[in-house]
Design a protein around this ligand. Sequence first.
Ligand code: NAD
Ligand code: TDX
Length: 347
Amino acid sequence: MNIVVTGGAGFIGSNFIYYMLENRPKDKIICFDKLTYAGNMATLDEAVKNENFKFIRGDIADRKTVYHMFETEKPDVIVNFAAESHVDRSIENPEIFLQTNVIGTSVLLDACRKYGIDRYHQVSTDEVYGDLPLDRPDLFFTEKTNLHTSSPYSASKASADLLVMAYHRTYKVPTTISRCSNNYGPFHFPEKLIPLMIINALGNKKLPVYGDGLNVRDWLYVEDHCAAINLILQNGKVGEVYNIGGHNEKANIDVVKTILKQLGKGEDMIEYVTDRKGHDRRYAIDPTKIHEELGWLPATKFEDGIKATIQWYLDNRKWWEEIISGEYQDYYERMYEKNPALEYARV
Ligand code: NAD
Ligand code: TDX
């Protein structure tokens, strides 16, 4: 089978490529990635040595390049990870989120319609459901929860989901969608909470916690997400949505304290800063459907996954040092060091 993984030079896509090369050695894995600031060829260093792997640089929103890729690679399956993925960047500048996440998805779907496909899988997010209140721990997102987005990022992901469902109904494109909670693990880009805190702690820099630090995220080790997507590709029902999450809710401040403790650093490194605009309070997935229909359960406990992740950042300094010395440095300065709103609210 020819499996095209879009966005495979990013965090989850690259982990998925390694998962598939190991678990489906008969299949050819083709990574199609624009290599934005978040895409990194160094992440695929080991994959490029595998004869079942091929890399193509391209933009999912560029129709000519996507159609050409379909003509040359003849994909049987598309797994679309390609996206602008950072909420804070979407608040700074929404437009590229619409271009990649919405237009890009529609171009891929048009290509599936034109050339045919066995399966188009859309990697979506729990953020399309909006947020849950902190004082209702009995509430969880199910696949039937209404879409109710907060940020330009989540609005663009929800729009993409609606397009996927429309192409399934109207053109009978064989689609599936997965909506996963927050991932963590190797190759996570340093702008996101867990790697940012690990790297700042290692560099003896302040750890910027938004608002009161009580926002809750439902953390899943990235390999468990990859296993779930592979199960959906194999046994998932066309036209369906599957939520993915492991009942592992944690307040941000507790995650940050866990990282500090593991690294033997003091909690005085924590700095509460201005809250994110429109900051979602709590995400929590009900994974009953994927468990009952496909037998999926997460294999990694948070205590083990976070230790493994911290160790990975200790063992792979070169990978993240190259990132933080490049273009990302401008973003960090804009976001945290030269942001007057943040300075003002520091406590
Ligand atoms: P990431 O930002 O680490 O990687 C995104 C990748 O997509 C990069 O390699 C980038 O170069 C590529 N890309 C961006 N624009 C592109 C374009 N126009 N054409 C081709 N490639 C392009 O993102 P991630 O955290 O790995 O997330 C992957 C997917 O999973 C996204 O769709 C995201 O919405 C979804 N998701 C992420 C999480 C999470 O916790 N990170 C949770 C649930 C769902
Ligand atoms: O410096 C920070 N300080 C802080 O307190 C950063 C970067 C984040 N936070 C908070 C905001 C969130 O409550 O930590 C939480 C996690 O933040 P992010 O790592 O930016 O993730 P989140 O906004 O929850 O979105 C992630 O999960 C769902 C991914 O980036 C999305 O792509 C995915 O869809």
